[in-house]
Design a protein around this ligand. Structure first.
Ligand SMILES: O=P(O)(O)OC[C@@H](O)[C@@H](O)c1c[nH]c2ccccc12
Length: 263
């Protein structure tokens, strides 16, 4: 079994248990549930940098990235650095994140927040809303077209943006539908961990113009962004490059300033 399949097996068990412990009514009663949301897609369309900065403590491909910084500090620093939005890993077992991380980020900043999670059930979308997210991620590699439709339409009914992630043409062609806002191309193969921005380049021409294009993973230089912009990318999801440093917020400031000053 590859790592992605393992994550999904565990996720199904986790969601089944949580559904029994915390009824959906309780999520809907969260003080955050009825708040107005902010669109990441709109923010990216209007941005001159398009950086979505991620909070990630560890990952299956890298045991320790950063276990020291506080998610609130990172969120505040990313926002003042000029990031367009923030991605918060909420998976515990493989990424060391939690829904509390999302909640703490929400308490700290106004910018759009993405719940970075392996979503397989509408229950997790209610959680995303209740803990302060503006955007959810759907991963085409682990969902059927029908599941993508049900989950994305449910998210839209809660005024959440949807970022659909693909890694190849087959996943892209199966997923195109009007209930998606952003199409993300993951440069990292979640089954083998191989990373190359060439994946974003080759898939870009197959993404219809009505979706905001986002390039995800393995972006570690301003040059990489300059290289991807001509392919129509308006969003760039960056995790490790910031999180592996002692001060992720300061690294984001340096990076975004360099990006703004580049001709
Ligand atoms: O740390 P990186 O290489 O900059 O990547 C960030 C982000 O794209 C990556 O964390 C990611 C992309 N898709 C995912 C799906 C699940 C978990 C994590 C991810």
């Amino acid at each position: 079994m590859n790592i992605l399949d393992k994550i999904i097996v565990d996720k199904r068990i986790e969601v089944t248990l949580k559904k029994e412990l915390i009824p959906t009514k309780q999520l809907e009663n969260s003080v955050l549930f009825d708040r107005p949301t902010t669109s990441l897609a709109t923010a990216l369309r209007n941005s001159d940098t398009g950086i979505i900065a991620e909070h990630k403590r560890r990952s299956p491909s890298k045991a320790v990235i950063n276990q020291k910084v506080s998610v609130q500090d990172v969120a505040l620093d990313y926002e003042s650095a000029g990031a367009c939005g923030m991605s918060v890993l909420t998976d515990g077992k493989y990424f060391g994140g939690s829904l509390d991380d999302l909640l703490l980020a929400r308490a700290s900043v106004q910018m759009p927040l993405l719940r970075k999670e392996f979503i397989i059930d509408t229950y997790q979308i209610l959680e995303a809303k209740a803990y302060g997210a503006d955007v959810i991620l759907l991963i085409a590699a682990v969902l059927t077209r029908d599941e993508i439709k049900v989950l994305s339409e449910f998210a839209k009914s809660l005024s959440l943006d949807v970022l659909l992630e693909v890694h190849n043409l087959e996943e892209l062609e199966k997923s195109i539908m009007p209930s998606l806002d952003m199409l993300g191309v993951n440069n990292r193969n979640l089954k083998t961990f191989e990373v190359s921005t060439a994946v974003s380049k080759s898939l870009s021409k197959h993404i219809p113009d009505d979706f905001v294009k986002v390039s995800e993973s393995g972006i570690s230089s301003v040059e990489a962004i300059k290289d991807l912009q001509p392919y129509g990318y308006q969003g760039f999801l960056i995790g490790e490059n910031f999180m592996k440093t002692e001060n992720p917020g300061a690294s984001a400031v340096t990076f975004i300033n360099e990006l703004k000053n580049e001709p």
